[in-house]
Design a protein around this ligand. Structure first.
Ligand code: NAD
Length: 485
């Protein structure tokens, strides 16, 4: 499959980036070229910002209820175009169709939440002293730019697009250079939904374009989702330029398995978590800490993992480099004495010999100090560490620098509470493999998985995309004056 050239989007029009540097977009399914785009320049970004600023000034004056109307229409368009968008995600990211469709379903849920924002952002009003009223309202921050990763080409951009624009901002998306095609489709659907030109914009590029975003004085707020290494760079650079920043980083999520866990539920949920989206999820199970004798459950888990078929129930990983990185992690663990009980290295999918595939991999008897157990692998690989007590398991989890997710599998309420209370993670689960909170709850980790405060979605994101204005009013001349008013 071949797609049209990927372009920037500004003033409601597509335009080729001005740099002479051209990037090729490769399909991870078969290694073939899908499309290409030109890197953008500071002049390209300037042009976007100038028009976005004008558009935002007008949009801010539209009532929130009216702004939300665009997203009711947009939600219908996402539903109508779901099949076409699913195919684009499949082609550019390599995840299986069901996972690509689930991304769109999540984008629809995020859009539904944006439609409900008028119900959440209703301000406050109170008589604070006799005849004196204090009210608060939420004002958009202005221009929001979002820099996104490759693993969810549609869902992660929708974490911010819909809330930021519904709350009155103009928006600039910097897609991942590996998967920028689906965002072209998003631009067309938002226009069809009636969004005025200039409010949704796309700037394509790599490091230099991200640096331009961090430095541009006309951009008020920046969100970033990607690896911790780059999250730190973006957080520091954009904050240094006095922007409001929220940067989500990588993860190493722990599952704490107790011997009393429900065997079928635990094994199927854990395998789905480690292998879904080929393990390229910041909420994927990465290290399983088995407490005590969990052998019967682990047997079932091996059986579940064995059922996964690369190329049909398991998609590709994003690139040749990713495949090599993941396989090197497995080899290193093997050399250090861990036992590879299911080996996904050197997987070839018939008919897709040039695709980037890694089969699901289980590594038993890993130890907490091995890289496989503590660093982000971002592939369909689960390291199993065996310990004797829950406190040992929690000590391993707490020592990890990341803090996105931690789940416990048990049938004991008391032990589940003990784990969720003591885990050092922003999103915890009980008998849930992928404990992603759903709207109105917000998505956000702790520690090195997030820099900045608040969550990127849900109610908590309202504080990021708006600033609060407090107005104190006295209309009654008879009202006395006191030292506070
Ligand atoms: P990445 O950090 O390589 O890239 C993310 C974005 O940053 C891309 O748009 C890329 O163009 C840009 N970028 C890359 N290098 C840069 C540099 N040196 N300077 C400035 N910008 C740069 O991440 P990725 O490989 O696309 O995505 C995978 C990572 O994203 C994983 O670590 C995963 O855990 C993380 N992730 C985190 C969350 C979360 O919510 N915490 C969600 C999804 C993905």
């Amino acid at each position: 499959m071949v797609f049209d050239e990927v372009k920037n989007y500004s003033k409601g029009e597509f335009k080729t980036g001005s740099s002479s540097i051209i990037h090729t977009i490769i399909s991870p399914l078969d290694g073939n070229k899908l499309s290409h785009f030109n890197e953008s320049t500071m002049d390209d970004l300037n042009e976007i910002v100038i028009f976005a600023k004008k558009a935002q000034k007008t949009w801010q004056k539209v009532t929130m209820k009216e702004r939300a109307q665009v997203f009711y229409k947009y939600k219908q368009l996402l539903e109508k175009n779901s099949a076409e968008l699913t195919e684009i995600i499949y082609q550019e990211n390599g995840k299986i169709h069901g996972e690509a469709k689930a991304e769109i379903d999540k984008a629809i849920e995020l859009t539904e939440f944006a439609c409900s924002l008028p119900q959440f952002v209703n301000g406050e009003n109170m008589e604070v002293s006799k005849g004196v009223y204090c009210s608060s309202t939420r004002i958009p921050v202005g221009i929001v730019a979002s820099i996104v990763p490759f693993n969810f080409p549609v869902m992660v951009p929708h974490w911010t697009i819909v809330n930021a624009i519904a709350l009155g901002n103009a928006f600039i998306l910097k897609p991942s250079e590996s998967v920028p095609i689906s965002s072209q489709f998003t631009a067309r659907l938002l226009k069809e939904a009636g969004l005025p030109d200039g409010l949704f914009n796309i700037i394509n590029g790599t490091q230099s374009t991200v640096e331009n975003i961090c430095d541009h004085p006309g951009i008020d707020a920046v969100t970033f989702v990607g690896s911790t290494k780059v999250a730190k760079i973006v957080y520091q650079r954009a904050s240094h330029n006095l922007k409001q920043v929220l940067a989500l980083g990588g993860a190493k999520n722990h599952i704490i398995l107790l011997p009393d866990a429900h065997p079928e539920m635990a094994s199927s949920n854990i395998v789905a978590s480690m292998s879904g989206c080929s393990g390229q999820r910041c909420m994927a199970a990465a290290t399983l800490i088995a407490v005590g004798d969990c052998d019967a459950i682990l047997e079932k888990l091996i059986g579940e993992a064995n059922k996964i078929q690369c190329g049909s129930t398991l998609g590709s990983v994003i690139s040749k480099a990713a495949k090599e990185r993941i396989e090197n992690f497995i080899t290193e663990a093997e050399q250090q004495g861990a036992k590879i009980i299911l080996d996904g290295r050197n997987t070839i999918v018939p008919g897709k010999e040039n695709g980037f595939y890694v089969g699901s991999t289980l590594i038993d008897y890993a130890t907490a100090d091995m890289r496989i157990a503590k660093e982000e692998v971002f592939g369909p690989v689960l390291a199993i560490v065996r310990v004797k007590t829950i406190d040992e398991a929690l000590a391993i989890e707490n020592a990890n620098p990341y803090g996105n997710a931690c789940s416990v599998f048990t049938q004991s309420g008391g032990l589940a509470n003990y784990v969720t209370e003591n885990a050092s993670a922003g999103m915890c689960g009980v008998n849930i493999g992928v404990p992603v909170p759903r709207e109105p709850f917000g998505f956000g980790g702790w520690n090195e998985s997030r820099f900045g405060s608040g969550d990127i979605t849900g109610k908590s994101s309202i504080g990021f995309f708006t600033k609060e204005k407090k107005t104190t009013t006295k209309w009654n001349p008879e009202a006395g004056t006191n030292w506070m008013s």
